[in-house]
Design a protein. Sequence first.
Length: 444
Amino acid sequence: MWRRWLFWIHLVAGVVAGVVILVMSLTGAFIAFEKQLVAWAEGANRRAEPPNEGTAPLSLQSLVERLRTEQGGPPRAMTIHADPSLAVEVMMGGDELFYWDPYTGELRPASARGTRSVLRALTAWHRWLGLEGERRSWGKAVTGACNLAFVVLILTGAVLWWPSGRGANRWRMRLWFRPGVRGRARDWHWHHVLGLWCGPVLLVLSGSAIVISYAWAARWVQSIGSTDETGTRVPAAEARSSEAAVAPGGQPAALDEVWARVRERVPDWQTATIRFGAAPRGQPGAGRTASGDGRTTAGADSERLERGAPSGTAGPGQPDRDPSDGRPEGPRSGGAPSTLSFSVREKGAWPVFATVQIVADARSGRILSVQRFSDQPLGRRLRAWLRFLHTGEAFGWPGQLIAMTASLGAVVLVWTGLALSWRRFFGKRAPVPAGTPGPSPPAA
């Protein structure tokens, strides 16, 4: 009796949410390698080669002053690479992305607009069914609810997958693909095999999406463990020493001097994003307002810059930016930021998405706070893990490949599940091979 109830819960959830799950799975597979696709599309536009051997790069401060003159204000954020052959990526307040060659001073606008446009459209369909404006909240509500239904499908399917009788053929039809199966038997067979191999990965993808989709889930995860943070405050004596060394005479600190002091704290750096903005509310000078996924706003801009996406555009599985969420925005046009937030990624760091968050006073140049990933509360670290598990990026490109493959498997799961449901209610019952249970419930 309980198995029949689980079957009907599984069937109803699949029929109601199936089409939306199919859309989310297909678009999720397409945007799994978004960052790599953007980098490939930009090609030589993101490269920087010194004209002569030994040519020293221009100062970052000169870039800031140039942007103030030509663009009407400082940048929103910029990303620097330890690889000298990569240009500096500059994000302006109007979500314009530029590549700056520090050897020639050339400022190139992003060129892969077509690729970005397609990826933004796919992301919009993945997250809110392509709806815009006020209707976007409706789309988010639908995708969130269907994602919850997907979790129910996977959990009930895991129970229904287990054979109810004995016989080696019952197991073979569930463990791996067999040739020569047609029609309803093929749909049943594929549904069970893909449910076995893709189900665990899809449970991680859909479970992490719940935390991304719902604020209550994110708050619950971030409440896990101690809320006390360590390693964030710089002793007063060290701060005064830093201020005296960086900003003599009370003059505003040059960006290059502040960046030099940051490099002293993270000598084995790989990439660094500098975010220009006011101190977050509730944490004077701390500069660590979470971006909804356990990262700082600097970390969020870092990821967007690495993907080549505008700072107001969310990546796959990433919460979209709500202007009313209370997070600090970049400096107003022509205004001077009060803090500089550095999100620095170290070579060989684990997890791969971990960054060192350093905040400095924009005027004095003194370091206000330093926070490594291990210093963050357990809940915030879990939240970051869930965000990057959702896209597979927590394990680099192999993880992204697994996430993409499982998402494509989910497309087939939905298709075969809907086909089985259609045949159950409207189709004619065709004979199936011996050993294949005819009315057996489908599994996720």
